[in-house]
Design a protein around this ligand. Structure first.
Ligand SMILES: [Zn+2]
Length: 230
């Protein structure tokens, strides 16, 4: 497991928005890797206005990348499904739900040349019917918005919880616990969020400080979601 190591760190960020570039620069600088969950229909061709994520209380612009930017921006990281158009999947028929997932898989495969195997639920919403559709569509793991503040390896990969969101007040305390642990069973630190939240709160220092503390440790494997989970 984890290339022979007992600990792994991974990141999961949603929506394919233009602040992802700054986050990826930080992850790359510290030798870390993550998974980016994209809604392929929101990445229009260059020349069209960038699509924006509809959000009322955002201070900053939340714009999606143009299609031709994607391969470059996300190079070296994993791309996963976030459904075609970011719907609440629990409100769709089985057929519509299936289309949202399979069309996203197909588009992302075309954009990146690799078939995605993972997913994050738009809004985190899911139920048994949605989980069954995912399984039928060949999705192997899907992240919820549940935080456990724990480091166990999740057993239900289609209802995957995270350790915490990057804005969790306990982030650095958890980081310290993780670094100081001498585990006999594997431990996973799984961070999730949206990169526009750093812009909204002007708190890029949160992820910078976290990565700086966690980086360069021989006993931690730094991998994408698929690399640490599958
Ligand atoms: Zn989302």
């Amino acid at each position: 497991m984890f290339n022979g190591k007992m600990k792994a760190l991974t990141f999961s960020y949603d929506d394919g928005i233009t602040t992802d570039g700054r986050l990826i620069d930080i992850l790359n600088r510290y030798g870390m890797r993550g998974t980016f969950n994209l809604n392929s229909a929101t990445h229009v061709e260059r020349g069209n206005p960038r699509m924006e994520r509809i959000a009322k209380d955002r201070k900053t612009q939340v714009a999606r990348y143009w299609r031709d930017e994607l391969a470059d921006v996300y190079k070296g990281h994993e791309i996963a499904v976030h459904a075609l158009t970011h719907p609440d999947l629990t409100k769709l028929s089985e057929e519509e739900c299936c289309h949202e997932i399979l069309a996203d898989v197909e588009n992302l495969t075309a954009y990146f040349g690799t078939k995605p195997v993972g997913m994050a639920y738009p809004y985190g919403t899911h139920n048994d019917a949605v989980v069954n559709v995912l399984r039928d569509c060949g999705i192997r793991y899907s992240r919820t918005t549940v935080s456990t503040r724990r480091f166990d390896i999740p057993c239900d990969l289609l209802r995957l919880p995270a350790t915490c969101h990057h804005n969790d007040a306990a982030l650095m305390e958890l980081a310290e616990q993780f670094v100081n642990a001498e585990p006999e069973t594997p431990m996973l630190f799984y961070v999730w969020g949206h990169s526009y939240e750093f812009a909204d709160r002007d708190n890029w220092d949160v992820i910078e400080r976290f990565c700086d503390y966690m980086a360069g440790r021989d006993d931690i494997f730094y991998g994408t979601n698929a690399e640490v989970l599958l």
